[in-house]
Design a protein around this ligand. Structure first.
Ligand SMILES: Cc1cc2nc3c(=O)[nH]c(=O)nc-3n(C[C@H](O)[C@H](O)[C@H](O)COP(=O)(O)O)c2cc1C
Length: 179
């Protein structure tokens, strides 16, 4: 039976492209017969993490408890992430740090994007972090190379051709995390 897969959209800034990429990924997955549930961190409004270590103490705030419940019910998680200054955007790292045991043993897919070299830096960081919290990081990971002339006013002119290079690796990620 297909796994319950949640796709976390890790950038929250105004005018982000992350939402457009998430929609495209959901469509690609649907065409392949895989349903993804989107968790948009922009809508989660998680506060800055200030609690005790979630490795030992379950979430204490209502927001943290709701976040915990959402991740607990996922059987696999795909992390869609921009690359900010060669690393993980703060909202995504904050969302990860809110929890600990909830992530463990779950398959994790990584889809990163950037202008410089398709998010190589954030992929490396995220792999390290997700391995530490005992997620099973799928290979391959997906690196999307953005180009300025693919976008106009923050939206893709032709999303299918701009993201076509990510399709095959993304389908491979879906297969790997559904095993
Ligand atoms: C704070 C910040 C840092 C960035 N650092 C990088 C970077 O290290 N590497 C890269 O390829 N692009 C970098 N960029 C460009 C982003 O890849 C590009 O703005 C992308 O659209 C960000 O994703 P988002 O629109 O979903 O936030 C950076 C953008 C911002 C806003």
């Amino acid at each position: 039976m297909a796994k319950k897969i949640k796709l976390i959209v890790g950038s929250t800034r105004q005018g982000r492209v992350g939402g457009h990429i998430a929609n495209w990924l959901v469509g690609v997955a649907k065409d392949a017969g895989v349903e993804l549930e989107v968790i948009d961190l922009k809508e989660e409004n998680l506060p800055f993490f200030e609690g005790p270590s979630p490795a030992y103490v379950p979430a204490t705030t209502p927001e943290g408890q709701a976040w915990s419940a959402k991740i607990k019910e996922a059987e696999a998680v795909i992390f869609l992430t921009a690359e900010y200054n060669r690393g993980i955007p703060a909202p995504l790292k904050n969302a990860i740090d809110h929890l600990y045991n909830e992530w463990a043993d779950k398959p994790a897919g990584i889809v990163a994007y950037g202008y410089v070299d398709a998010g190589v830096g954030v992929i490396s960081q995220l792999k390290q972090v997700l391995s530490w919290i005992k997620m099973r990081v799928a290979e391959p990971t997906v690196g999307i190379l953005l180009a300025r002339d693919h976008l106009e006013d923050g939206n893709f002119k032709d999303v299918d051709s701009a993201l076509d290079h990510a399709k095959a690796p993304f389908l491979a990620v879906l297969e790997a995390i559904n095993e």
